[in-house]
Design a protein around this ligand. Structure first.
Ligand code: HEC
Length: 121
């Protein structure tokens, strides 16, 4: 049995990044990391556009928000994988964006945050 344990551990570790994030924790992260500029409610644009229904949406597509040229031209779809890359380092996938956010480097926190964004429907 013991010789199977390392295999089991490796399997668990491989499965972890694919596990769904914790949306409750994600809501807290959203408040502290994004809340200065973004709201979750539909139609509430602050410094950044409303995050309501953002998952699955085309970039630069929130009504009433004046985007930078860079964000307008980005031509991305905000699915979970793209959001994960963007939130790691926004300037890397939207060079010239006016979103002054250095990036959320913690993978678990990003997964939790994206799980929360998915609830904003
Ligand atoms: C300092 C303000 C600020 C913070 C903090 C911030 N953002 Fe933004 N965000 C913006 C601005 C401004 C834009 C529009 C960028 C542009 O037009 O180039 C934006 C754009 C976005 C977009 C693209 C929206 C679209 O319709 O294409 C997403 C997604 C996003 N932010 C998510 C987040 C998340 C999630 C967080 C928290 C981790 C966050 N932002 C933190 C200001 C901010």
């Amino acid at each position: 049995m013991s010789r199977f344990l390392p295999t089991l551990a490796a399997l668990l570790l491989t499965a972890m990044p694919a596990m769904a994030g914790d949306a409750v924790n994600g809501a807290k992260i959203f408040k502290t990391q994004c809340g200065a500029c973004h709201r979750a409610e539909a139609g509430k644009n602050l410094i950044g556009p409303s995050m309501f229904d953002i998952v699955g949406r085309k970039s630069g597509n929130v009504a009433g928000f004046k985007y930078s040229v860079a964000n307008q031209a980005a031509n991305l779809t905000w699915d979970a994988a793209t959001l994960d890359k963007y939130l790691t380092n926004p300037r890397e996938i939207v060079p010239g964006t006016t979103m002054t956010f250095a990036g959320l480097k913690n993978e678990t926190q990003r997964a939790d945050l994206i799980a929360y964004l998915e609830t904003l429907k």
